[in-house]
Write a protein that binds this ligand. Structure first.
Ligand code: ZN
Length: 55
């Protein structure tokens, strides 16, 4: 299967969806908001640390 830019991958699992709406529904149904928040905070923290390392 060829991966395309039209596919949306869930950042929390290996799920792939045809459109953003399907991905959003999946996130709301399969993942808790606290799980999403933890993921986003982890990404922000990682980016901040990388920025500090490059200074
Ligand atoms: Zn998922």
């Amino acid at each position: 299967m060829v991966s395309t830019l039209d596919s949306y991958d869930c950042p929390l699992c290996s799920g792939t969806f045809d459109d953003g709406t399907a991905l959003r529904v999946h996130l709301q149904v399969s993942h808790r908001k606290s799980e999403l928040s933890a993921y986003l905070l982890d990404v922000l923290e990682t980016n901040r640390r990388r920025a500090e390392l490059t200074v």
